[in-house]
Design a protein around this ligand. Structure first.
Ligand code: GAR
Length: 195
């Protein structure tokens, strides 16, 4: 099974959907979550992971220099030997110190088309601009802000979504199934290549 390290900074709904996919969904038999890591020791998502019985780890990033923090975080995560590092609401730009050890194996989910909107507040952006649709993007992570190669995108229909909460609700529903599916496809393709 592919070993997943899931990184989060907040709520953890994507982490939870990935965990569930490994238990009873598209990742069942394909992947296991070996650690849930956060740069915020009090992230609600960490508590959710503990409640699910998963190993968690955290290192506070506040007040730390990016390179030093990233090097330490990468070292900590390497102890879990992840095949994939899965960013799920991990609100940090990663420096080479973090990316190098996991190059090509770090995934992110971004709640917009990364060609159109990068960084924070993507649902607010879609709502404020009254978009009729937006996109959820799963991409490989490089050193830019939401610039890495796109693995998959799925459109979210926003017609009639007249509150930000409704925009988010529709978007998250797509995030939750898309992320697990993209990972499953990646893992299956990797298995085929190594046969
Ligand atoms: C998700 O909407 C995710 O796509 C977004 O943060 C939220 C985390 O929610 N990520 C970004 O905006 C990254 N630029 P969650 O903690 O419930 O998974």
């Amino acid at each position: 099974k592919a070993r997943l390290a899931i990184l989060l900074s907040g709520r953890g709904s994507n982490m939870l959907s990935l965990v569930q996919a490994t238990q009873t969904g598209v990742l069942q038999g394909l992947a296991e979550v070996v650690v849930v890591f956060s740069n915020k020791p009090d992230a609600p998502g960490l508590e959710l992971a503990v409640a699910q019985g998963y190993p968690v780890a955290s290192l506070p990033s506040q007040g730390r220099k990016r390179e030093a923090f990233d090097a330490e975080a990468a070292e900590l995560l390497q102890q879990y030997h992840p095949d994939f590092v899965v960013l799920a609401g991990y609100m940090r730009i990663l420096s080479p110190a973090f990316i190098q050890p996991f190059a090509g194996r770090i995934l992110n989910i971004h709640p917009a088309d990364t060609h159109q909107h990068q960084g924070l507040h993507a649902y607010e952006w879609a709502f404020d601009n009254q978009l009729a649709e937006t996109k959820i993007t799963v991409h490989l992570v490089d050193e830019g802000l939401d610039t890495g190669p796109i693995l998959a995108q799925e459109t979210v229909d926003l017609r009639g979504a007249d509150t930000l909460a409704e925009v988010e609700r529709r978007g998250l529903a797509v995030e939750h199934h898309l992320y697990a599916q993209v990972l499953a496809d990646l893992i299956i393709n990797k298995q085929k290549r190594s046969c």
